[in-house]
Write a protein that binds this ligand. Structure first.
Ligand code: NAP
Length: 278
């Protein structure tokens, strides 16, 4: 059974998706990037995460090409820059993203990080986009617990559908209070950089657990990120071989001994750690 995560509206999405940061930056690599994303769709990685920021819109264009003719299979996530996150700015930015994505609706539209526009203005922009049928759901990214509290107290803030944050075995800070807060609110977390941009150590605990299961250490990291059932992992892979490996992580189930091994090498936080960003 494919692992899924339930959104606040009751809809389920794949627990393992595909990221796109650094796609769309180089014309010679574009065909490989499109092919990688399409291979991911074939393997059930049908949640695709992108942003207007990535390659200055270039990543959204790659995604548009990859989902052409297959839009119905895909749960499409994009993000608005904080400096575009005024009520009117959100709407204009979304129109530009829709053109690059060659679609008429974004499934989940996120505030990329908090900037100077008041959250209530951004929410009003999101609500106008929902009313116009341009986005289905909205959420946020890089918001720590205090910002989430403020968001949920703002008019309409309770409709937030996800918070996308940096989370992997070497970045466990959110476990102290942010992930429990989100779980209590019924809002899934989306873990970005789930393999720390391929910099997680391949030896040590991850290597030992990988050896035990006959898999790759990065597959262990992905299974670890998804272990609780309410976190979506969005690894980025431009190479089909990487996409295949990541998709196979889906079937890996870590046991208590594996989790204890990982805990010893990457201890859970014992006090508040401010949310880190990449
Ligand atoms: P990541 O997914 O942790 O790592 C991506 C890197 O790992 C790429 O260099 C990729 O190589 C390599 N890779 C992927 N699978 C691999 C495998 N099985 N074996 C070996 N190497 C592998 O880092 P990320 O791109 O920073 O994060 C994932 C996504 O999260 C982003 O693409 C983006 O969509 C989102 N994100 C959001 C924010 C935010 O502020 N909201 C910030 C960062 C990222 P190849 O590409 O060569 O295959």
């Amino acid at each position: 059974m494919p692992k899924t995560v339930t959104l606040p509206n009751g809809e389920t999405v794949p627990a393992l998706g595909q990221g796109t940061w650094y796609m769309g930056e180089s014309a010679p690599e574009r065909a490989e990037e499109v092919a990688a994303l399409r291979a991911g769709l074939d393997l059930g990685l049908t949640l695709i995460d992108t942003a207007e920021m990535y390659a200055d819109g270039g990543a959204e264009e790659v995604v548009g090409e990859a989902v052409a003719g297959r839009r119905g299979e895909v749960f499409l996530v994009s993000k608005v820059y904080p400096h575009n996150a005024s009520r009117a700015g959100v709407q204009a930015a979304c129109e530009r993203s829709l053109k690059r994505l060659k679609t008429d609706v974004i499934d989940l539209y996120l505030l990329h990080w908090r900037g100077s526009h008041p959250l209530k203005e951004t929410i009003a922009g999101f609500e106008a986009l929902q009313a116009a049928g341009k986005i289905r759901l909205w959420g946020v990214s890089n918001l720590d617990t205090d910002d989430m509290e403020e968001l949920l107290a703002a008019p309409g803030g309770h409709a937030c559908s996800a918070n996308q944050v940096l989370y992997n075995p070497s970045r466990r800070g959110p476990e102290f209070d942010l992930l429990p807060f989100l779980a209590e609110a019924g809002i899934p977390a989306m873990a970005y950089s789930p393999i720390e941009q391929a910099r997680l150590p391949r030896g040590g605990a991850l290597g030992a657990v990988a050896k035990k299961h006959g898999v790759d250490p990065f597959q262990v990291a992905l299974a670890w990120v998804m272990r609780a059932g309410d976190v979506i992992a969005i690894p980025k892979a431009s190479r089909i071989a990487h996409v295949q490996m990541n998709a196979a992580a889906h079937d890996l189930v870590l046991d208590a001994e594996d989790l204890a091994t990982i805990d010893r090498a990457f201890p859970a936080p014992r006090r508040k750690v401010g949310l880190e960003m990449l």
